[in-house]
Design a protein around this ligand. Structure first.
Ligand code: GLU
Length: 515
């Protein structure tokens, strides 16, 4: 088998949708698995949809994910250029070949004439309103005009497009690596425009020519391109390139979290999650869309999460880094049916990867956030302690600074439910005794704090369970949180005893007001 060559071929028409990132990942995984080549091709033939900045956004996304192409624009390679707008002449040459061989033709119809044709067909009760083998006979094109007439029109500069002459009564049969055999009848297809009036190829023509010239062996792309595949196959035939036709694998649709319809920007907005991998600024409206990266996702989490959207590794393992994904990946295990975009699962992956990150680095971020957002100076040591304390409880690095506020300020509000339920003379006395014992110490570690607490509770014969939550509320205001004894270690015995004393006075008032 020839060397595997796959391409990710996005159109730079806006921010890259997260589904596009999945396509890129699947292509990359397959290339690496097979020892092949991963290529980036920018499909920018549709100038009317071109958006400045979109190409660099695509490249930045791939680089953030660590799935770098080996060939592509600005990288180079033996089959460039890799930007379709720079390949105009190539498409024109091949279009001419199809015209000369009678497989494509000039069509001079104006949009108005095409509308008229459709109206006429409609009023005659015809269901298929396509420009196709039947209707083309009634239109102004090089099949109905004489050679001379065509020549005259071309010389006069009459606007035209080139259409593919869809073969009549043909069954197109092809094998999709994900979906199996697919059969389409040519009567359902129209004479697609392959070269537009601006002289630029359309997606279909450029895509097929480039896949051929770039020696692409596998086309792995989203399901939305499945309806285009029969035309692509016919184009291969028209060029006599059948023996070099790539294998096709159309990836399953990514659905909304509830499984109801395709994942869209609107659905993402509604679900409160991003649709773009990185922040994207709409160049027209100036609107900024938050990306997964800026929300605090690590690229490892995104890669792991997206690779399981439609691909089933088999077994229970869910955590895969890029290396193990490459090892395990296979096209056979890609599913046919739509796959739900479960944002909660994405968060779950992020939580997992957060725990595997370098804590010193995370601490640097926490220190910065505390300074920027709260004007708090935090030492590197405390920064690291904060990370250790909360790493099991947060999903995003940006949450540490907010979660750790009680470290820097004593609570203003206390959990009333706990006070109502547990505050009484006995528990008050227990907290006071513990505070007194702490007050004489200069430092204490978590284990010692726990031991001292147990011992103190035993000496005054109270069940520690009746006091523990009150102790937490007195220190942090809330009834639940990370390891309390670690918090005592971090804040130190003096601060803790001060907080307990402060709180006991307040608890009396609160309890009274609740009665
Ligand atoms: N340019 C197409 C896109 O934007 C590529 C489709 C394909 O991979 O063939 O997704």
């Amino acid at each position: 088998m020839s060397q595997v060559r796959v391409r990710f071929a996005p159109s730079p028409t806006g921010g890259l949708h997260i589904g596009g990132v999945r396509t890129a990942i699947f292509n990359y995984l397959y290339a690496k698995k097979m020892g092949g080549t991963f290529i980036l091709r920018i499909e920018d033939t549709d100038q009317s949809r071109f958006v400045a900045g979109a190409e660099s956004y695509i490249k930045e996304t791939l680089s953030w994910c660590g799935i770098n192409p080996e060939e592509g624009p600005d990288i180079g390679g033996d089959y460039g250029p890799y930007r379709q707008s720079e390949r105009k002449n190539i498409y024109q040459t091949y279009t001419q070949q199809l015209i000369d061989e009678g497989k494509a033709y000039y069509a001079f119809d104006t949009p108005y004439e095409i509308d008229k044709m459709r109206e006429k067909l409609k009023s005659a009760g015809v269901l298929n309103l396509n420009y196709n083998s039947a209707s083309r006979k009634t239109m102004t094109n090089s099949l109905t005009l004489s050679k001379n007439e065509v020549k005259e029109k071309l010389e006069a500069g009459t606007p035209y497009v080139v259409r593919f002459k869809m073969p009549d009564k043909r069954e197109i049969r092809f094998y999709d690596l994900v979906r199996g055999w697919i059969l389409v009848h040519s009567s359902t297809l129209d004479d697609k425009v392959i070269l537009k009036s601006d002289g630029l190829a359309t997606y279909h023509l450029a895509n097929v020519i480039d896949d051929y010239l770039m020696k692409i062996t596998h086309v792995i792309r989203g399901e939305e391109w499945l309806p285009s595949a029969p035309l692509h196959i016919l184009l291969y035939e028209a060029f006599n390139w059948e023996s070099d036709m790539p294998d096709y694998a159309h990836l399953p649709l990514i659905m909304k979290p509830d499984g109801n319809g395709k994942l869209s920007k609107r659905a993402a907005d509604k679900g409160g999650f991003p649709i773009f991998p990185l922040n994207w600024t709409d160049p027209v409206s100036g609107e900024i869309f938050q990306g997964f990266r800026e929300m605090g996702f690590s690229s490892k989490a995104i890669i792991n999460f997206l690779s399981l959207l439609g691909w089933n590794p088999g077994g229970d393992q869910e955590i895969f880094d890029l290396k193990s994904l490459i090892k395990k990946f296979s096209i056979e295990r890609i599913g046919k049916s739509g796959t739900k975009f479960d944002f909660e699962k994405a968060k779950w992956f992020n939580q997992h990867y957060l725990k595997t990150m370098n804590f010193e680095n995370l601490a640097l971020g926490v220190i910065k956030d505390l300074y920027d957002d709260y004007s708090i100076d935090c030492s590197p040591q405390l920064g690291k302690q904060i990370v250790e304390l909360f790493v099991q409880r947060v999903t995003f690095p940006g949450e540490f600074a907010n979660a750790s506020q009680f470290i820097f300020h004593q609570p203003k509000l206390y959990d009333q439910k706990i006070i109502h339920k547990k505050w009484n003379e006995k528990s008050k006395n227990a907290l006071k005794v513990y505070a007194n014992k702490l007050a004489v110490l200069s430092e204490i570690n978590g284990d010692e704090a726990r031991e001292l607490f147990q011992r103190t509770m035993a000496s005054i014969q109270i069940n520690p369970g009746k006091v523990l939550q009150l102790l937490r509320v007195s220190i942090m205001g809330e009834a639940s949180g990370p390891d309390l004894m670690k918090i005592i270690e971090i804040l130190g015995p003096f601060e803790i005893s001060k907080r307990i004393r402060n709180a006991t006075e307040q608890f009396d008032h609160i309890k009274k007001s609740l009665l």
